[in-house]
Design a protein around this ligand. Structure first.
Ligand SMILES: [Mg+2]
Ligand SMILES: [Zn+2]
Length: 204
């Protein structure tokens, strides 16, 4: 592979960054981070990774909450992240329901394509982290590398099986972040040194 991968990570939101609920997350009060998840994003940032979120938010299309509520949740997230020295570049979300047949509701890859265009990055080999199969399928459709976390619906997703080839499983986002940072530190010298590496390690 000729060029280094962009240091970029695409995350699902509910069940990965914040606690999920079958009743939907409808208000900023209901938006509660999973322990260590915001610290994990800050850790990724410090290691040079930019982070974007791709999230299905059909609660909007179902009329369960308004855009203003979604914005308020994300303000809460941005502030909490800023307190830890972390940031996400943007939240890309699909407001539609399945009945809308849009191109952006995961497992369709529309949100990922939007992210690639907005940031001018090649999505191939970019890690995607999710707790549902559709998160991983959407990413894999555009060449991302799938990572499942056991938080949120992750344990159920894992039990169901049928994950994309090469899916790595992590206890939570913090475990993923530690893994990715260790992996990139390990790979960078090898990729620079030899022609036999399968993966071009990110630049350090
Ligand atoms: Mg989720
Ligand atoms: Zn959509």
């Amino acid at each position: 592979m000729p060029q280094a991968q962009p240091k970029f990570v695409i995350l699902d939101r509910d069940g990965v960054i914040n606690l999920d609920s079958d009743q939907f997350i409808k208000t900023p009060d209901e938006w509660v981070p999973i322990e260590g998840s915001l610290e994990a994003i800050a850790m990724l940032n410090q290691a040079g990774y930019r982070v974007a979120i791709a999230s299905n938010q059909s609660g909007i299309g179902r009329g369960l909450f308004e855009m203003s509520a979604l914005n308020a949740m994300h303000e809460k997230m941005y502030k909490a992240l800023a307190n830890l020295g972390g940031r996400v570049e943007a939240v890309f979300f699909c407001p539609h329901t399945a009945a809308d047949n849009c191109d952006c509701r995961k497992p369709k890859p529309g949100l990922f394509e939007q992210i690639g265009e907005r940031f001018g990055i090649e999505l191939r080999m970019v890690p995607v982290v999710g707790d549902s199969l559709r998160d991983l399928d959407a990413g894999v459709a555009v060449g991302c590398i799938p990572h499942l976390v056991r938080t949120g619906k992750g344990a159920k997703t894992l039990a169901k099986g049928g994950l994309p080839d090469g899916t790595r499983v992590h206890d939570d986002l913090a475990a993923f972040a530690r893994w990715l940072i260790a992996e990139s530190a390990h790979k960078a010298p090898a990729a620079n040194a030899g022609a036999h590496s399968m993966n071009s390690g990110p630049d350090r």
